[in-house]
Design a protein around this ligand. Structure first.
Ligand SMILES: O=C(O)CCC(=O)C(=O)O
Ligand SMILES: [Fe+2]
Length: 192
């Protein structure tokens, strides 16, 4: 099987898994059917393959700095090298590789849709001094015209979110993300 055929097949499996995970969450949160239809749009999903080169200065470099994903959620497959960490209970925790196990990171869209019941996880990737690391991420998003509505956030679409993010990257130099859309918390950079 060629690489692109394999990637397409992998993508189809990820689509199936993403739909199953999302429908379970949608049921848990009692999303009305029109919302659960528009809050996850399979054609928006994409695969990204990462190759983190080994790095002699591993303690001074990050593979990916601390961030939250903007997706609804992201399904990760990592090899056995390790390096992924999540921020939990005020500390960084290693996500140890387990064979044949996928990792699901909840993203910003899920946090807003669920009105903060499901929290977008802050995570980062360390590089390894001796070995390169390969991971494959599958990221899924709401439909383009889906308006995300909840009591804690102003209504917004994923396109609105991306536009704010682009703007913040240019002006503030980093992603602000969800706090930009919160009803109760004006963003003050100087207090960040
Ligand atoms: O390589 C990984 O395990 C994580 C990648 C990641 O966090 C991302 O692409 O958003
Ligand atoms: Fe990420």
């Amino acid at each position: 099987m060629g690489t692109s055929t394999k990637a397409a097949e992998y993508g189809r499996h990820q689509t199936r898994i993403a739909e199953t995970i999302f429908s379970t969450i949608a049921e848990d949160l009692n999303f009305p059917p029109p919302k659960s239809k528009s809050y996850l749009s399979m054609p928006t999903g994409f695969l990204r393959v990462y190759r983190y080169l080994r790095c002699p200065m591993a303690d001074q470099r990050w593979g990916i700095n601390a961030h939250t994903d903007s997706s609804v959620f992201s399904i990760l497959h990592q090899d056995q090298v390790g390096g992924l960490q999540v921020y939990k209970n005020n500390k960084w925790v290693d996500v140890k590789p387990i064979h044949d196990t996928l990792i699901v990171n909840l993203g910003d869209m899920m946090q807003a849709m669920s009105n903060d019941s499901y929290v977008s996880v802050t995570h980062r990737v360390k590089v390894n001094r001796h070995k390169e690391r390969i991971s494959i991420g599958y990221f899924v998003f709401p439909a383009e015209d889906a308006v995300i509505e909840s009591s804690k956030y102003k209504p917004f679409t994923y396109a609105d979110f991306q536009a704010e993010k682009e703007m913040d990257l240019k002006t503030v130099g980093k992603k602000i993300g969800l706090p930009r859309f919160r009803k109760d918390r004006p963003v003050c950079h100087w207090l960040d």
